[in-house]
Design a protein around this ligand. Sequence first.
Ligand code: HEM
Length: 295
Amino acid sequence: MTTYQTAIFREGTAHQIFLEFTAREAVTSLPDEAPADSAVDGGEQLVAFGGGLLRGLEALETPPDTVDFTPIEGAEGFRAPATQRDLFVWLHGEKRDELFARALEWRDSLYPVADLTHEDHGFRFRDSRDLTGFVDGSANPKGDAQQAAALIQTGEHAGGSFVLAQRWVHNLSGFSKLSMADQERVIGRTKSDSIELEGDAMPPDSHVSRTDLKRDGNAVKIYRRSSPVGTSSDAGLYFLAFSADQQRFRWLLDSMFGLTGDGLHDHLLHFSRPVTGSFFYAPPRDALLRAFDLR
Ligand code: HEM
């Protein structure tokens, strides 16, 4: 039976914590104390690995073609830096105190082998909006299409999922100076009710135009679970997405960053910039338990 990490699919939780660790040296197993399989009261936990750590862990098979995130040098000087980390923990749920306690457990238990090198705390903003005020997730796959987009469907890694994690920092004061119509043209949807712009009203460089992609006739589908994060002075988005195929992330980013040869880039880049970038692999739940020697 195919298993997967259920944290990927539980939507609508109020609080999020994102932890990224860097291994201090090559590790072949993780400390026994790591709370890999204990339930989080009122919440969920996802554990995913960067390619370097994956290849070292004796108990976990790496899917073929798993690559690390590499920097993107886009059109007009737009850049996406690579800060590839080794281990990713995503906690989300209704009880911020319980998530916080779990984050401390992870930090302490991994301390002998890894440093916590990036941490963000996220929150649900109004009715699941990004801090620009636009609904985030409207065109996300629904129902069975979520698993088809997010999980490897067949073979020995079935149930596993590739992850893109990227912290973005918004220029909210710049964005708020745009008229409502211009803001909507940047995103490609209306602000109040998230209706997609149609026909001539939809600019070819809107965020939706650059990310609603087809390759060889097939829609490039990912399942997004991003969250508003930060403080009022570094407000932004922790972009988090899951995919059955790691290449889809690169196709989408290349389209956003103007690397697809059509002379266009995503207008959103004028108002937000990524400051981190990692690819991870979230193994199926049974493989995760084996890796932590839990059964
Ligand atoms: C500052 C960063 C970003 C913000 C604020 C943002 C926000 C949004 C918003 C408001 C929408 C429209 C509503 C929806 O369908 O969810 C959207 C759609 C989408 N975004 Fe982003 N996004 C960001 C970065 C990214 C990145 C890095 C990717 C891919 C690597 C991405 C992929 C997509 C996709 C695939 C869609 C759906 C397009 C469609 O089929 O209509 N986004 N995003």
